[in-house]
Design a protein around this ligand. Structure first.
Ligand SMILES: N[C@@H](CCC(=O)N[C@@H](CS)C(=O)NCC(=O)O)C(=O)O
Length: 202
């Protein structure tokens, strides 16, 4: 059975909602935000290194990132419930909005929310959030790339194409200075013929 690691007032409500719509049984484990920083507690870091809600555990699979979790759950169903048939016009609308929510809309909305929150301990919530995200996210990425050549194992996939530009920007901002595995990954991936062609387009 799927276990959802849930934080109140968080994106984990997406997962509970989806499972309810589909009538799939689940367990919930509640975690409490840190009362000062409002960030996730250490108990979530014990489940997944990204330490954010939602996280699901289903047998050997532990997954963080709500969009990926939605797709994982839908892949368990046999019908096209809550996901248009692949290749229909609606499917591409579905795909665009599914990624848009976190890929584009979350950054301005959450940044505005954090900018409106009061400073605590002299640090702005936005600064605290960014520092924590940079530390946790790049440690997780570096750790992943210490164990495998690419994001989805030892085969190059579209996930690598999605990740590379953000890693290149991070590198130019000197956020990767102690992240040897990410830097080696970039050097390696930039040797690809198709990548070289892209660079020639500017
Ligand atoms: N893009 C991620 C964002 C996850 C995320 O930031 N979750 C928030 C709750 S809505 C969280 O755990 N915040 C606490 C923290 O970052 O420490 C997703 O869609 O799952």
């Amino acid at each position: 059975m799927i276990t959802i690691h849930h934080l109140k007032k968080s994106r984990s409500k997406r997962v509970i909602w989806l499972l309810e719509e589909l009538g799939i049984p689940y367990n919930i484990i509640n975690h409490q935000r840190d009362p000062i920083s409002n960030l996730a507690p250490k108990s979530l870091a014990l489940i997944h290194p990204l330490a954010k809600a939602p996280i699901i555990v289903d047998g050997k699979i532990t997954l963080c990132e709500s969009g990926a979790i939605m797709e994982y759950i839908l892949n368990k169903t046999t019908s096209n419930q809550l996901r248009p048939a692949i290749n229909s016009a609606e499917y591409y609308q579905y795909l665009e909005w599914l990624h848009f929510a976190e890929g584009s809309l979350a950054l301005p909305v959450i940044s505005t929310l954090l900018m409106q929150m009061k400073k605590r301990d002299g640090t702005s919530p936005l600064d605290r959030y960014i520092a924590k995200e940079i530390s946790v996210d790049f440690s997780y990425i570096d750790q992943t790339l210490s164990k495998q050549s690419y994001f989805a194992g030892n085969t190059f996939t579209a996930a690598d194409i999605m990740m590379t530009i953000m890693l290149e920007i991070a590198n130019s901002l000197k956020l990767l200075n102690d992240k040897t595995n990410i830097k080696n990954y970039l050097t390696n991936i930039q040797k690809r013929k198709a990548y070289q062609l892209v660079v020639s387009h500017g």
